[in-house]
Every structure is written in C-alpha cells, then in structure tokens.
Design a protein around this ligand. Structure first.
Ligand code: BGC
Length: 460
C-alpha cells in the first residue's frame, strides 16, 4: 500500500480567536475581532469569540481529544493581545498569557504531539489599530510585530520547532481592508495593497530575526501560510485559461512571488499599477527567500471565467458549476466547501513546480451543509466530510508517492467546531461536534475515519 514517509506529520488546526474564549479574562487585551463582532450586522448570528469553545479553560480536554485521534501534530495560533494586551513594543507583557501557552505546549509535548505555532491568525491587538491604524503603518507595525515574535521565540522557542508567521495574508488584506467583511471592516481599493505589503515585511523581518538569533540555538523552521483554491478554466477558451492563471496570481502569487522569488507578479502589477507599493533594495533582500517551506491552506477548486467586478481576484468570476450544469463536487455549507480532490492534487503539483519548497498543508476541511441545524446524533454522522477527507487525503498521497511532490505535513480544519468568523457559529468545520450550551465535545465519524486513515498510510 502507498504510504507517506515516517516523518510525515498530520493532525488538526485551530486559531486563537476561534476557540480560546476568555476574551476578556486572563489579562488579555481586545483585538480587532472583539471590536468588529460588536458592529451590527457583521456576524451572521450576532455572536463573537468571547466564549467560543472555551479552550483556554478546556485545553487539556482538547489535547486529550487530539491524543485519542492519534495525531502526530497540532497547529494552533497565539493571540497577540493575550501576550501583549496593547500590542506594542513598549507595552507591558501579560505573564498569564505566557503561562497559558507554555502550559498548552507542555501538555502537547507530554502527549507526544508536535506543536506548529502560528503567530498571527487575524487578531490584531485593538491597541495598535487605535494607535496608528495597525497594518497600515509600515514602520510601526513591522517593529511591533517583530517585537511580538521575539517575545514568542524567547518564551516558547525551546518547545516549538515549527513556526508560521501569518495565516492567509490574502484574507487579512482583502476581506479586512477591501471588502470590509472581516475585521477591521474597511472598504478601500488602496489599503489592501498597503496592508499586504506591510504584512509581507513584518513576516520577513520576523523570519530574519529567527534565523539570525534563534534558529542556530533552537534549530526550528519558520515560514508563512498562504491560501489558494485551485483555479480551473471554465472552458478551453484562451481568455478563460488566462483568467485561471490570473486568479492564482491575485490570490497566491501576490504573496508567494515576492517571498519565494523576490518580485510581484506581472499580472498583478498590470492591474494595480501604482497602488502596488515597492520594496526598497534592502527590504527585498530580506523578503526574498524568507520562508523555509510553503504553508498552504486550501479548501476547494473553482471554475474561472474572465470578467467581473471583483478586484480582489483580478476581475474574474468564479463558481463551481460546469458548462454542462454539473457541480465540481458535493457542496457544503459555504462556497469554499465543494469536494474536488483532483484540484488539490493539481495545486500541490503547481506549487512544487513553481516554488520548489517542501509543502505543509496547514488547513484543509469541509463544513457540511446545514450541520448547525441538525441534532447532535445527525451531525456526528458526517458522511460528506468523510467523502471530502478521504478524497483529499488520497489525492495528497498520490501527489507524494506518484508525482514526487514533497508534502511534509497535513492539518485538517478543524479539531473542533468553532467561531467561523462572519458566519458566527452557523458553519461547523470540526471533526469534533461542540455543544455550545454545555461545551461538551463529541467526536464525529470523520474524526474516527482520519484517526485510522493516517496511521495506516504512514510508514512506521
Ligand atoms: C481560515 C480559518 C477558517 C477556515 C474556514 C481559513 O481561511 O484560516 O480560520 O475558519 O478558512 O473558513
């Protein structure tokens, strides 16, 4: 039977604001998501991450669940404002926050689970947003981010060998500053390009610091996680073939090309023109080559047609209905939930061919349609999610064993149902059902499936 090599890591991923709760407890300062959730109409069910899955209190239960699922690794993110409540380099740190993450890390390690730690999964300290506009101020945010990263390396670097700087800078910039549907809710056609540029710089300077001062002693690796859905031309017309390439450049190339190759993609430059900031020579030297691996979050594939009004994707139109009316795959709770394993295999091949870096799939998962309306026992029989994971895991195995793509790890999204951003609690991505009234956790059938599938398909 085809298998991953023995050092292949697999597990589940989560993010601080989506699971931690205790948002106003333990000395944590507010983040832009706490503020955004209070704006009327922004969150579908009017909820917030104030309690979420209460994981600051229940983290030992979460680790026990991970253990029961036979995982080798767990990816979670640190809340910047739990570490430094106001966020800045001259602001006080929060000893309780440091102690919490240390306990979580120790609990993971005691259970033989390797931590993968994300520094930034969208929860910017509100203090920095108020002080100077957060991601919009290059000089300030880069210094404050690097200072925050340093605190994390100092506090946890002896326990953590896998660091991820940012989760999905496309979402940070486009959904936060262009479409206004995520925190901080800005709508602009200049800000997203500034924010993205500054996020790349903050990432790169944190990596520089890690490589110079920590890696030689701690021996870990550090990289960034980008998101992309595989882009399939709607038909074989030359313009739709070109549109699919443009779709990838606007979603992924705009970050990956500077980071792995040292320049912005031509297709992006052509449309964004002088709204696209430039790197100085000195910055470019830090940005180029600033990721040890390719962190990929991917959920589905999209059919792409040229034309449309959306600048975040370069004026293309995406969907999942083929010209003959059939769907790309089983459809779930959101437009990013459509089962299409062949697209995943193509994407992995594309990334390896284009960027030549080992790949970690840092998120991949599926929310079953209407699961939030089901009874617990109905939700536990999540056959569409099993179809998804079975298809994606096999496609990845083929990419590794047949195509020679070096995928080194895989994290299902998510360990638990959790606060799904603007969808509140109305989309459930977990392999574990969370009854929010009691905070009781119930493994879904997909959890059982994956806990067997990966050990069976990884050599000892
Ligand atoms: C994000 C997660 C989110 C998931 C499902 C990813 O883009 O990193 O935080 O919950 O998608 O929407």
């Amino acid at each position: 039977m085809a298998q991953f090599p023995s050092d292949f890591d697999w597990g589940f991923a989560t993010a601080s604001y989506q699971i931690e709760g205790s948002a106003s407890l333990g000395g944590r300062g507010p983040s832009i998501w706490d503020t955004f959730c209070k704006l009327p109409g922004k969150i579908r069910d009017g909820s917030s991450g104030e309690v979420a899955t209460d994981s600051v209190r229940l983290y030992k239960e979460d680790v026990a669940l991970l253990k029961s699922y036979n995982v080798k690794a767990y990816r979670f993110s640190i809340s910047w404002s739990r570490m430094i409540p106001l966020g800045g380099r001259d602001d006080p740190v929060n000893p309780e926050g440091i102690a919490f993450y240390r306990s979580l890390l120790e609990e993971l390690l005691r259970n033989g689970i390797t931590p993968y730690v994300t520094l930034y999964h969208w929860d910017l300290p509100q203090g920095l947003h108020d002080r100077y506009g957060g991601w919009l101020d290059k000089e300030e945010i880069v210094k404050d981010y690097v200072n925050y990263a340093k605190l994390c390396f100092d506090s946890f670097g002896h326990l953590v060998k896998n660091w991820i700087t940012h989760n999905e800078p496309w979402v940070i910039s486009c959904l936060g500053y262009q479409k206004g549907v995520f925190a901080p809710g800005h709508e602009s056609n200049t800000e997203p390009w500034i924010v993205a540029h500054n996020a790349i710089l903050a990432h790169a300077y944190a990596v520089k610091l890690y490589r110079e001062q920590y890696k030689p002693v701690q021996g870990g690796q550090i990289g960034i996680t980008l998101d992309c859905h595989w882009q399939i031309p709607y038909d074989d017309s030359p313009e739709n073939i070109e549109a699919a390439k443009k779709g990838i450049d606007f979603k992924l190339g705009r970050f990956a090309d500077p980071i792995y190759k040292g320049y912005y993609p031509e297709r992006v430059k052509k449309i964004i023109d002088d709204r696209l900031p430039e790197f100085t020579e000195e910055e470019l030297a830090v940005v180029k080559g600033s990721s040890d691996f390719f962190g990929l979050n991917t959920y589905t594939s999209q059919l792409v047609q040229e034309g449309g009004t959306d600048e975040t994707n370069g004026y293309i139109t995406v969907g999942h209905t083929r010209p003959d009316g059939t769907q790309l795959g089983t459809v779930g709770a959101k437009n990013i939930c459509v089962v299409n394993p062949p697209g995943f295999r193509s994407l992995l091949n594309y990334l390896w061919k284009t960027y030549q870096k080992p790949i970690y799939v840092t998120e991949n998962g599926f929310a079953v349609k209407d699961e939030h309306k089901m009874t617990i026992s109905e939700a536990l029989r999540d056959k569409d999610r099993i179809e998804y994971f079975e298809g994606y895991a096999n496609a990845m195995l083929q990419a590794v064993t047949e195509d020679g793509v070096p995928v080194k790890g895989y994290f299902g999204w998510s360990l638990l149902d959790n606060f799904e951003w603007a969808d509140g609690y109305e989309a459930r991505f977990g392999v574990t059902y969370v009854d929010y009234a009691t905070q009781k956790r119930y493994p879904k059938e997909s959890a059982q499936f994956l806990s067997k599938w990966f050990p069976e398909h990884t050599s000892a």
